[in-house]
Design a protein around this ligand. Structure first.
Ligand code: IPE
Ligand code: IPE
Ligand code: MG
Length: 238
């Protein structure tokens, strides 16, 4: 029997700026509204018992945005973690991060470390925030570190390579959702998403609520994941 519920949902939260522009608001206000949508997503997934949720909050390419927007995003991130920590603990949610930590502001790294250690014992769900993340860089730096460790070429298996990535313990996403009508991955989970089901929604991220999530889950449940096999093989459970 095929799994009808994803174990790991990963979300490319896109469209905050357009949501704000459509209302004559600033991009910052769009990002603020986006944070509310994250809270809703986390609550819904926790209630449904989805064990892993990953959100793409800031890509390495996002550094190219105006300085004021970048610093607003980091302030917002700091505030979100600080405010959300008691609630995450109450809901037994572990918080984790993936991305290049080394070039993040010190205050951000400090809060990340605090949140990770405080929630390390939480086991009902894992919320992973992809921050300063880029899929290509993740693969490249994993290869570089494996080479630097002297791993022989023929020992560099899938499992070994993954051990050098940001979150080796995280299962591959079953479902990747992207909002705002854009049909691309924007450097998100390039390695881990090899067999993920993709779901694209036209809704802008701040408007992505419980109904939109249910729609994505319905779509997921209706699909056949073949992993290269035939339908007959899948039906016979081979
Ligand atoms: C997604 O919304 C949030 C981040 C990338 C940080 P955008 O800020 O990309 O919103 P649009 O795409 O400009 O509408
Ligand atoms: C992808 O959104 C990154 C995040 C959601 C954090 P972007 O808005 O940066 O993507 P592009 O530039 O439209 O591909
Ligand atoms: Mg965007």
């Amino acid at each position: 029997m095929a799994e009808t519920m994803p174990k790991h949902i990963a979300v490319i939260m896109d469209g905050n700026g357009r949501w704000a522009a459509a209302r004559g608001l600033s991009r910052s206000q769009g990002h603020l509204a986006g944070v509310e949508a994250v809270r809703t997503l986390v609550r819904e997934c926790r209630t449904m018992g989805i064990p892993y949720v990953t959100v793409y909050a800031f890509s390495r390419e996002n550094w190219q945005r105006p300085k004021t927007e970048v610093s607003f995003l980091f302030d917002l991130f700091l505030r979100f973690i600080r405010e959300e920590l008691p609630e995450l603990l109450r809901q037994d949610i572990r918080l984790a991060f993936m991305g290049e930590k080394s070039d993040l502001p010190f205050a951000v790294r400090q809060v990340m470390q605090l949140a990770e250690s405080k929630t390390a014992g939480c086991a009902s769900m894992t919320l992973t925030i992809a921050l300063n993340y880029a899929g290509r860089e993740e693969i490249l730096s994993a290869v570089r570190r494996a080479v630097a460790d002297g791993v022989p070429a023929d020992s560099l298996t899938d499992e070994r390579l993954r051990s050098y990535m940001y979150a080796p313990w995280l299962p591959d996403p079953d479902l990747i959702i992207r909002t705002s009508g854009e049909l691309r991955l924007s450097n998100f989970l390039l390695y881990q998403g090899a067999y993920s089901e993709l779901y694209f929604s036209d809704v802008l991220w701040p408007d992505f609520g419980p109904a939109e999530l249910q729609e994505a889950l319905r779509s997921y449940a209706s699909r056949t994941r073949r992993f290269g096999k035939t339908d007959a093989q899948i039906q016979s459970g081979e």
